[in-house]
Design a protein around this ligand. Structure first.
Ligand SMILES: [Zn+2]
Length: 329
């Protein structure tokens, strides 16, 4: 698909509007849930997304910025929270919230670096590409949040439309979804990621960047149980019915495949560091381009190493410089 830079919102169901915004060679979809009285914005994009794309879309919808009373930041990645200061400026009446476990990283860029972007340094000796970190800094303007988006919390938008916050951890610890039961729709952003994240043209960009494997599998199962007709993500086309179910199955199948690849690789003599695993598995684990994608694969591979250790199938066998070496038991 192409990204419409005029950001024409698309109404997918009553009161559920999708706004596609440009993100380099990808796009990020933000959503508006509208009731009779008020509206909720799901995600803020990067710095500039709200003034450049969301406010014009609200104009087209006839929704006044003053009626946006809730902004839910799905999770602590910059393409979702980078615009939080814009949200503060644009929506004077809004309560801006995020999942409790992601709040600190959203409010404080140093916390984001330590616990998210550079979160693999201490345990795995793996650091993010400095150019990526620089880009993350350049697209983010922080703001304090007004509170947390707690699992089960309800937001009454008026006219019988009540949105419900759902905790959907796995990609991050504090990722939250918003359920719109009146529309049979669930806004999930990056909570499930299929077998790759996509470019705007639909081709694979990089691996699914889940981090906490058991949580991610629990989230997939919970979304299957909820079984909403509309599954609305940040970086994929709108999915309905069977397509949504296929995507959830594809997401789970990828987890199984990558775990097998990691288990086999660390069973070879000498074990493997995270960097060695990522270099070895990146060309064979999926259909994304090899160049520039190792940093993304480091997240799920680290998650699988932790899971294999927890289940007694792997252990930390030593170190190579500052990097732990992982081996099968
Ligand atoms: Zn994202």
């Amino acid at each position: 698909m192409t990204v419409d830079h005029k950001a024409h919102p698309v109404e997918l169901a009553p009161g559920v509007h999708r706004i596609d915004t440009p993100l380099g060679d990808r796009y990020a979809s933000l959503y508006i849930l509208a009731g009779d009285d008020t509206a909720l914005l799901y995600d803020t994009g990067v710095d500039g997304t709200i003034p450049d794309h969301v406010l014009p879309a609200l104009d087209l919808l006839g929704i006044d910025a003053t009626s946006v009373t809730t902004v839910v930041v799905s999770h602590c990645d910059v393409d979702h929270f980078g615009g939080v200061a814009d949200a503060r400026a644009a929506f004077a009446n809004a309560r801006i919230v995020a999942g409790p476990a992601d709040r600190a990283a959203i409010e404080d860029f140093d916390d984001y670096l330590a616990h998210r972007a550079r979160g693999l340094v201490d345990d795995f000796g793996w650091d993010e590409d400095p150019a990526v970190l620089e880009w993350c800094r350049s697209v983010t303007r922080e703001s304090r949040l007004d509170g947390t988006a707690d699992d089960g919390a309800e937001v009454d938008l008026g006219g019988g439309r009540i949105a419900v916050i759902r905790a959907v951890p796995g990609h991050t610890r504090g990722h939250v979804a918003v359920d719109a039961p009146w529309a049979d729709a669930l806004l999930v952003a990056d909570a499930v990621l299929g077998s790759s994240v996509r470019l705007a043209d639909g081709s694979p960009a990089f691996p699914p960047t889940y981090r906490y494997v058991d949580d991610y599998l629990d989230t997939i199962a919970a979304l299957e149980l909820t079984d909403r007709e509309l599954l609305l993500t940040a970086h994929y086309p709108t999915m309905r019915g069977d397509r949504a179910r296929e995507f959830l199955a594809e997401s789970r199948a990828f987890v199984g495949r990558l775990e097998s690849l990691v288990a086999v690789a660390i069973s070879r003599p000498g074990g493997r560091t995270l960097a060695e695993l990522v270099a070895e598995l990146n060309p064979i684990a999926g259909d994304w381009p090899e160049h520039g994608t190792q940093g993304a694969l480091a997240f799920p591979v680290a998650g699988h190493l932790e899971r294999l250790v927890k289940s007694g199938r792997a252990h930390r066998a030593g170190a190579l410089g500052s990097a732990a070496v992982w081996a099968a038991r």
